[in-house]
Write a protein that binds this ligand. Sequence first.
Ligand SMILES: [Zn+2]
Ligand SMILES: [Zn+2]
Length: 318
Amino acid sequence: MRVRFWGTRGSIPVAMSSAEVQRKLVTALVAAAGRGLDTPGKARAFVERELDFSVSHTFGGNSSCVELETGDEDYTLCDVGSGARVFGNHVLATRGPAGHRFHVFMSHLHWDHIMGFPFFMPAYLPGNRIRIYGCHVQLEQAFRRQHAAPSFPVEFDQLGADIEFIVLQPGQPCEVGAMTVRTMLQQHSGDSYGYRFEHGGKSLVYTTDSEHRPEDFAQSEAFIAFFHRADLVIFDAMYSLADAVSVKADWGHSSNIVGVELCQLAQVRHLCLFHHEPALDDAALAKMLEETRRYEEITRTGNAVHVSAAYDGLEITL
Ligand SMILES: [Zn+2]
Ligand SMILES: [Zn+2]
């Protein structure tokens, strides 16, 4: 399985500010002083090898959208936040306008997770088939509502693709192609659901918009079982632990620290921090990643959990 991130920001898409672009340029130019970077090749090599990620890249601004590639012809997505716009355009540019099949698994129906759908071009084109899965009974209604006047100019019924909604029974596994999909109820305003995907001996958990209460042992046990020995867990790490247990308790999100603890107990191979807080810039997210890796190291009792932070464009092969 390969995972590709098209949108990684929580709650609302963000763009880098001019001030942040300038800060990166100044840092890069000072680092490059006297290095004789007089060709694009030399400059590119310097950027790729010598600058910190937070200077040479950005964690990206689109809201949640993650693609799972299984080697199958069909496309599989988790959520259709604003990253779905970029994904849809990529499909049309590389594989043509029609004849595509998409399976979309919805964590929940908050706006940041559905807002990319009206800009998902394959939905407008006849000859495409889109199946949208989720555990909320309002699944279809939420998609139709954001297309309705006065919020959007194109009604849902005008979309050209064949679109079907499939309401899943929470806790009951389903098969999509050669993939087994399990769901898990999560603590979040209006409920959200985590997904565990298994394919070809590899497993991936997508768990976003999920609040964990470390004092709730039954909840922790259930998640440790759900994450058990997963190759990758994509985890809602919107807050720091201090925020998650104090000011932002009950806001429906989790922290990097809780992510590490659950993944260590579940013997997960790779934890990927996801649904980044919109107020955090690249330097702050890089610092959070560094601190999370350090925390994982000093609390480790068994195998190491590799820790990364998702960014728009990141690919992970399981
Ligand atoms: Zn969200
Ligand atoms: Zn939410």
